[in-house]
Design a protein around this ligand. Structure first.
Ligand code: HDE
Length: 729
């Protein structure tokens, strides 16, 4: 982590209104359009890299390369007359603009992505012949994270499932693992997908609410279609409001079939384990972030990568014998609403992925990337999970309208890094100029090219399966249990996590106006856990019903809880509150200690600019938001600014504690409630107390710069001081 990467470094640019007439390379923007020296909030200078310039030459041209003399004025009949139809540059410019948008994804519309590399450790060599899973093989990847329900401009921190889609550009072609951050799904059969999405999306009459499940149609469907209860419980848990894409697990959900060189098969479930641990926001934080920074997760991912804090995930498999009945310990492996607890089938790590490069163009890469669970490479095959089977059709199909025709694989981000020699021809947006006269097989005119590859030379093989079945529209009895794993999840959470689940159900159901829906969902909760049901019922002012399917099991799966443990602190952000009275030497020492640990210190001063010793104010007391800090250090009494012009952002009429500026009072109050680390230099202790922070509470430290730095790093490693609020946060 270097100083250069810190946001907010002030810059000065001479202002001139003269347009340059002699181009120099790389082409300069007009001076009055010049940005700061650093065009990225983290300080990276994109202009130093000419490949990132939108312009590709010195002179402006039309789309067909004709040099243009002017792009600021249309061709008119006299300076005040109408625009002439012959103005080709005008028509081309406006018409292209008119068609700049493509349809957003029908689900997972909002996303952020990054390039990376996957390195296999060889542990899977015995169970798969997939080339990219052999020891030491490094494979480029592109990962897109997403929310499911919101449209492209919605907020990142909505309570929702997150997509975790990975494209591996392997030597055998593209392999797409299109997963989520929740290991189960709402439905067991793909034919229900339009139903669940229609119910979860905004109401069709007013198109509200945006990006959330707290509404009647969602709870109507999931309470009727009770196989959705397990996934819904995960959504209501902290997993529904992740702290960062970097701190999410990923799951392939379905059971897949691996095939080794001898043709032997093993059933597996795929897992991504973040090296930074699994962490979430609190509900209040998620809501604040949705307002003050709707791009919270997108910004976090891009900033971390740009600053060199490259996020990593271990890739692992749970393995199961490919038995006749495809069950494990009584769990139907083809049912995507079930997990196999990690205590029963440990996750074995088979490689590690590092995300190390941000996309340089959102539309070209993040928007135009397409994923498809049917993109499988030799060594990986599907099972007959009825959800997966439907997905094998849907993803290819949806791109036809989203990306405008059948040639979307030719878009640069989708192109495999392996040679392509298909016999697909023509269609909208065909980029290739195919030679030869015989795109058919067999042929004699092109010497029968291209030739199929025999299986022993590495072609993809669908594993042969025997069937003896009667066609019907019904599912297996082994898919019928909808509550026991929902209860297992709830039981496995710590008290503070359970409290969050209770609060989430209570809030969401309180936003359902139809009482029959609330009552029906309470009936589902009664089948999960009596206390959960009773507490939610109390919050709603309804009677708690008795269970219709009482839960009798008492087993837990500790791997389902995300509380406990110590994690790396890379890329975490600490706010350091300063003003003119702060000991700048101590501030400097603290910054250095945090930077050395890979943590981003952000100085929060009454105004922008530089402090006396040259340290840059990264945030002001007015624009700092508690949600962007994982910890806050107070180095001053933060007395209300005496200068009325500086203090004008302080909200008039706010419950003002004596002696503490209301903006800092609010900041500390939120950080305290969100169970984050708080520290103060001795001279600021009284102000901590005045802001309602208990200086003796867990996660709170008062001391010199050195002690505070050590304590903050230790507290960050634990993510939150949940002990501060033994029952509720
Ligand atoms: Fe998707 N899903 N899905 N889904 N899904 C799409 O494909 C679909 C399901 C997932 O960043 C769409 O290209 C059906 C499970 C992710 O581009 C669409 C069913 C899981 C993404 C589609 C499912 C996912 C999508 C929309 C039920 C986790 C975003 C645009 C059978 C394992 C990928 C697109 C990206 C996107 C269909 C269920 C994950 C419409 C029919 C289960 C991460 O094709």
């Amino acid at each position: 982590m270097s100083d250069k990467n810190l946001p907010g470094a002030p810059t000065s640019q001479p202002v001139s209104f003269d347009e340059p007439t002699t181009p120099t390379g790389p082409p300069a923007p007009k001076p009055d359009q010049a940005g700061p020296a650093n065009v990225s909030p983290t300080g990276a200078d994109y202009r130093a890299d000419p490949t990132t310039n939108a312009q590709q030459g010195e002179r402006l041209t039309s789309a067909v390369g004709i040099p243009l003399r002017n792009t600021d004025h249309s061709l008119t009949a006299g300076p005040r007359g109408p625009i002439l139809l012959q103005d080709q540059h005008f028509r081309e410019k406006i018409s292209h603009f008119d068609h700049e948008r493509i349809p957003e994804r029908v689900v997972h519309a909002r996303g952020a992505a990054a390039h990376g590399v996957f390195e296999a450790n060889g542990a899977a060599e015995g169970i798969t012949r997939a080339a990219f899973l052999q020891r030491g093989v490094r494979t480029p990847t592109f990962v897109r994270f997403s929310t499911v329900l919101g449209s492209r401009g919605s907020m990142d921190t909505a309570r929702d499932t997150r997509g975790f889609a990975t494209k591996f550009y392997t030597t055998d072609g593209n392999y797409d693992l299109v997963g989520n951050n929740i290991p189960v799904f709402f439905i067991q059969d793909a034919i229900k997908f339009p139903d669940v999405v229609h119910a979860a999306k905004p109401h069709p009459d007013r198109e509200i609410p945006q990006a959330q499940s707290a509404h009647d149609t969602f709870w109507d469907l999931v309470s009727l279609h009770t196989e959705a209860q397990h996934h819904t419980m995960w959504n209501m848990s902290d997993r529904g409001i992740p702290r960062s894409y970097r701190t999410m697990e990923g799951f392939g959900i379905h059971t897949f079939r691996l095939v080794n060189a001898a043709g032997e098969t093993t059933l597996v479930k795929f897992h991504w384990k973040p090296k930074l641990g699994v962490h979430s926001t609190t509900w209040e934080e998620a809501q604040i972030a949705g307002g003050v920074d709707p791009d919270f997760h997108r910004r976090d991912l891009a900033d971390a990568i740009e600053a060199g804090a490259h996020p990593q995930w271990d890739f692992g498999v749970q393995t199961f014998p490919d038995s006749e009945d495809q069950t494990f310990e009584g769990i139907d492996l083809l049912d995507p609403t079930k997990i196999v607890p990690e205590e029963l089938a440990p996750v074995q790590i088979i490689g590690t992925m590092t995300l190390n490069r941000n996309p340089i163009n959102y539309f070209a890469e993040t928007e135009q990337v397409m994923f498809n669970p049917a993109n499988l490479v030799p060594g990986i095959d599907v099972t007959y999970d009825p959800l997966l089977q439907g997905r094998l059709f849907s993803y290819q199909d949806t791109q036809l309208t989203r990306l405008g025709g059948p040639n979307f694989q030719q878009i640069p981000i989708n192109r495999p890094h392996a040679p392509v020699n298909d016999m697909l021809r023509d269609g909208f947006h065909q980029d290739a100029v195919h030679g030869g006269v015989a795109p058919y097989h067999p042929n004699s005119l092109d010497q029968n090219n291209p030739l199929p590859t025999p299986p022993e030379q590495g072609s993809f093989i669908e594993v042969p399966q025997r069937f003896e079945a009667v066609t019907d529209r019904k599912k297996a009895a082994s898919f019928d249990d909808h509550f026991s794993q929902t209860a297992l999840f709830f039981r496995s959470l710590t008290p503070v996590e359970q409290e969050h689940v209770i609060n989430a159900y209570t809030f969401e159901l309180s936003r359902c106006w139809d009482e029959t829906i609330r009552a029906r969902q309470l009936q589902c909760l009664a089948n999960v856990d009596a206390r959960l049901c009773a507490e939610v019922a109390t919050g709603l002012g309804l009677e708690a019903p008795s269970p219709t399917e009482p839960a009798t099991d008492t087993a837990t799966s500790p791997a389902l809880s995300q509380v406990g443990g110590q994690w790396p602190v890379d890329g975490r952000q600490v706010g350091i509150v300063v003003d003119g009275a702060s000991d700048l030497g101590a501030v400097s020492d603290l910054r250095s200690a945090l930077l050395a640990a890979g943590v981003v210190p952000l100085v929060v001063a009454p105004t922008g600019g530089r402090l006396g010793n040259g340290i840059v104010a990264n945030r002001t007391w007015a624009n700092a938001a508690s949600v962007e800090f994982d910890a806050v250090v107070l180095t001053t009494t933060a007395a209300p600014a005496p200068d009325a012009r500086v203090a004008r952002d302080a909200k008039a009429g706010q419950d003002d504690r004596p002696g503490v500026d209301p903006r800092i009072d609010k900041l500390l109050g939120e950080v305290w409630r969100h169970a984050k680390a708080i520290a103060a230099l001795p001279e600021a202790e009284a102000s901590l107390r005045a802001a309602g922070v208990d200086a003796g509470a867990p996660g709170v430290t008062v001391g010199g710069a050195g002690d505070v730095g050590t304590a903050v790093l230790a507290a960050l490693a634990k993510h939150r001081a949940w002990e501060r609020f033994p029952t509720t946060v």
